[in-house]
Write a protein that binds this ligand. Structure first.
Ligand code: THG
Length: 367
């Protein structure tokens, strides 16, 4: 593919200088911002992520900050996940739906205090929907995109690296919890979370001026831990079944179709905009759903359009993401499959960009 022209619209991040110095080889665009996709090669990055520790510029996971007395009420309008038991210091993965139950985003919600939340968004312009609801419902809230840029530290040695920079207390942080920790005299939110299954943290870097100082401190402290710049890895995230909004699902899909029913409490999520629509679809159950798919043969090309899934020559689904997995010695993929063909072991045909292959449906992802 040709190169993408840089411009101001395609935003740099507080860590871009470090990313470039580390030899980034490719970017994608996410929330109108640069997101690295390759450093050494996708396969070398994958191996290193599973064996060492990486620092990821995920500043493109922008925050929608909701602040004010109606903040909690507004966040509950957005999601069918019941937020009543959520405490300050917790993060929740929340599907966000429109009035039809269609997915608008699948962010991580960060509850800072009762009346201050961050919604750490996937790739869609959620800010406008949130602002529109606040205005339409005349809520007492302020909504903006603050100067907050997540930096992820992921991999089996993440605890050691984070302890070297932030102190031993990082080891006590529980999954999807956060604590404020000091770096150069500034308190930063540090959560145990991240877009991989290798373990690690996300630092919500508040103030772009400390972006490079923190990046450099992590690289320096990690010298004897084989630290390297990394990024969300296409292979690992498919093995893990971590979904990518805009790729694997859109506003055409309900959370149930996405396999996110476990993050919905639609009966008790009073206020949720899509509640009535979701109660109807949840009663019937979805007729298609996200599945892990293995694709036979040599490594497949990048999946940059839907690949039809066929049974007896008829379309019964589509593949939306795929990659060669060195650890499982097969192509791993994410697909949406009709109910008639979604059972474990079902054998289908996938029409990839370079020809038809055998595809097998699985009920569980690989890791
Ligand atoms: N971290 C933060 N913001 C984000 C992402 C992130 N914004 C964009 C994108 N990623 C949002 N999508 C996801 C998808 C999956 C998860 C988090 C964000 C995730 N899922 C785990 C799982 O499904 O196993 C755990 C969910 C849970 O148990 O609550 O982590 O990565 N800040």
């Amino acid at each position: 593919m040709a190169l993408i022209s840089p411009s101001r619209r395609l935003r740099r991040t507080p860590f871009s200088d470090g990313v470039e110095a580390a030899g980034v080889k490719a970017y994608t665009v996410y929330n109108h911002m640069l997101l690295p996709t390759v450093f050494r090669s996708v396969q070398e990055d994958y191996r290193h992520l599973k064996e060492a520790v990486q620092v990821w510029d995920v500043a493109c996971e922008r925050q929608v900050e909701v602040r004010g007395p109606d903040a909690g009420r507004l966040v509950q309008l957005l999601t069918p996940r019941d937020l009543r038991s959520m405490q300050p210091g917790q993060c929740y993965y929340i599907p966000i739906v429109d009035e039809t139950g269609g997915m608008l985003n699948d962010p991580v919600a960060v509850k800072l205090t009762e009346d201050r939340w961050w919604i750490s968004i996937a790739d869609s312009d959620l800010l406008y929907w949130v602002k529109g609801l606040a205005y339409g419902y005349r809520l007492d809230v302020l909504i903006d995109e603050p100067d907050v840029s997540p930096l992820a530290v992921q991999g089996p040695r993440a605890d050691d690296l984070m302890a070297a920079v932030f102190g031993e207390q990082v080891r006590q942080i529980r999954f999807f919890r956060f604590v404020p920790l000091s770096f150069q005299g500034r308190d930063l939110v540090v959560a145990r979370s991240g877009y991989s299954k290798q373990g690690g943290f996300e630092i919500y870097v508040e103030g772009e001026d400390i972006g490079m100082p923190l990046w450099n401190a992590l690289m320096e402290a990690g010298k004897d831990m084989d630290v390297h710049a990394g990024c969300p890895n296409a292979i690992e995230r498919i093995e893990a079944g971590l979904l990518s909004y805009g790729n694997d699902m859109t506003d055409d899909n309900t959370p149930h179709e996405c396999g996110l029913g476990r993050f919905c409490n639609t009966h008790t999520a009073i206020g949720c905009i899509g509640r009535d629509a979701l109660l109807r679809v949840a009663a019937e159950g979805p007729v298609k759903q996200i599945r892990a798919i293995s694709i036979a043969g040599d490594p497949v090309p990048a999946c940059d359009r839907y690949w039809p899934l066929l049974a007896d020559g008829k379309v019964v689904g589509r593949v939306s993401s795929a990659a060669w997995s060195p650890d499982f010695n097969t192509n791993v993929a994410v697909g949406m499959v009709r109910m008639t063909h979604w059972d474990e072991g079902n054998v289908l045909v996938v029409e990839t960009t370079d020809g038809s292959r055998q595809a097998t449906v699985h009920e569980k992802f690989w890791i």
